[in-house]
Design a protein around this ligand. Structure first.
Ligand code: C2E
Ligand code: CA
Ligand code: CA
Ligand code: CA
Length: 278
């Protein structure tokens, strides 16, 4: 038993070392990735199921490393968040997304882009000016931008977050509370923040067909949205059965693989154009 204990201990530290090294390697690569133009922005549509039309596109960062291959945002966003690289990356994603929304508008399509804002960005004193400048440089109307924040984003300094969000709202920028229901103090945020949209987290959506608890939660969020006059978007809708069920609950806005995976800009544009002509 003693021998086994020692082995498992060694195994454990080995695993820790590996993770630490992977992390360091990733962190190092991440710091160069922007300059080396290894990032791309993909776009995933949000459908208004009443009309079938795409109303919004969420911008999602993609990283293709020349040696390491495709690295998921679930891996690199937390690292970028910790080492601060998210500020430059987030700025870059915002600029791409705003420029893309402008192109769509020039093609005759009014599509709002959703851009994820990390907690660190929300705490960054230069955020407002950065957003303002980016909108000016891309010549995009503020109403065609929606920023997605997560509930944890605001924990550090609620008053500061509230004041930044108020300013963004006054500029005419839309605000979405992302992954709703998974964070902290959701309900007080609904009261304190000038929100336009609630996104029901995928974890409440995926098992709706079998889990009564998820049904109760999803219905309650939709009811909250109606009462507070918020657009409610269900994330992670993968099947027609799910779409039908959500529609029965009065959910109008959906995002998920059923409609489309996140697409590179050109493919997203093609999708919008085929929709427009039908
Ligand atoms: P999120 O903001 O909740 O984005 C939705 C995620 O769900 C995306 O994962 C999307 O590809 C995935 N998804 C959409 N529909 C479905 C579906 O039907 N089924 C399943 N299984 N998944 C679906 P992705 O692109 O891997 O991004 C993961 C997370 O990384 C995002 O979650 C977001 O928190 C973060 N992220 C991505 N890009 C950015 C960015 O530019 N800035 C910041 N701050 N965070 C980002
Ligand atoms: Ca999001
Ligand atoms: Ca989300
Ligand atoms: Ca999520």
């Amino acid at each position: 038993a003693k021998e086994q204990g020692r082995n498992s201990y060694q195994y454990y530290t080995q695993a820790l070392n590996d993770t630490g090294q992977d992390r360091l390697a990733l962190e190092y690569a991440l710091n160069q990735a922007l300059e080396r133009e290894e990032f791309a922005v993909y776009y995933q549509p949000q459908i208004d199921t009443r009309t079938g039309a795409i109303s919004h596109m969420e911008a999602l960062a993609r990283w293709q490393h020349p040696q390491l291959g495709f690295i998921s945002p679930a891996q690199f966003i937390p690292i970028a968040e910790q080492n601060g690289a998210i500020v430059a990356l987030g700025h870059w994603v915002l600029r791409q997304a705003c420029a893309q929304a402008k192109i769509w508008q020039q093609l005759g399509m009014s599509i709002t882009v959703g851009v994820n804002l990390s907690p660190r960005q929300l705490r960054d004193g230069a955020l407002l000016e950065m957003v303002d400048q980016t909108l000016a440089q891309t010549n995009l109307e503020t109403s065609l931008l929606e920023l997605e924040i997560t509930e944890s984003a605001t924990l550090h300094n609620l008053t500061q977050a509230q004041s930044v969000l108020m300013d963004l709202h006054r500029m005419g920028i839309g605000l979405a509370l992302d992954d709703f229901g998974t964070g902290y103090s959701s309900l007080s945020y609904l009261k304190q923040f000038p929100l336009d949209t609630l996104k029901i987290d995928r974890s409440f959506v995926m098992d709706l067909l079998t889990q009564d608890k998820d049904v109760a939660i999803a219905k309650a969020i939709l009811e909250l949205g109606r009462g507070l006059d918020l657009r409610v978007v269900a994330e992670g809708v993968e099947t027609e059965e799910l779409q039908q069920l959500l529609q029965n609950f009065g959910c109008q806005h959906m995002q998920g693989y059923l409609f489309s995976r996140p697409l590179p800009a050109l493919e997203a544009t093609h999708l919008l154009q085929t929709q427009q002509s039908t």
